[in-house]
Design a protein around this ligand. Sequence first.
Ligand code: SF4
Ligand code: SF4
Length: 94
Amino acid sequence: MSASIEERLYTIRYKADEKSHLIVKDQDVCARCELKECNYFCPSDVYLWHDDLKLTSVAFENCVECGTCRLACPYYNIEWKYPTGGYGVSYKLG
Ligand code: SF4
Ligand code: SF4
């Protein structure tokens, strides 16, 4: 049986900053975005569209800094940068 995303994330150590290093620039663009691709391409399930609130939430603490969202949002609606020095992910295994 393969491990769930949550189980895999336990193999990684995070030091979360208080401020997100990932910003959704315009929630109105997300509301018009038909496929909400970020809900599927992020390996850490950082992005989640909330239809009731009409917004994309960002669980930046789980980001593994792969950089995919910098390129894969079809509207370039995600401002991406590395976490401030000393914060972010460090890999314990591999
Ligand atoms: S893919 Fe981009 S525009 Fe679409 S919901 Fe995600 S952040 Fe918003
Ligand atoms: S950099 Fe990778 S892990 Fe982090 S939010 Fe973007 S797609 Fe998800």
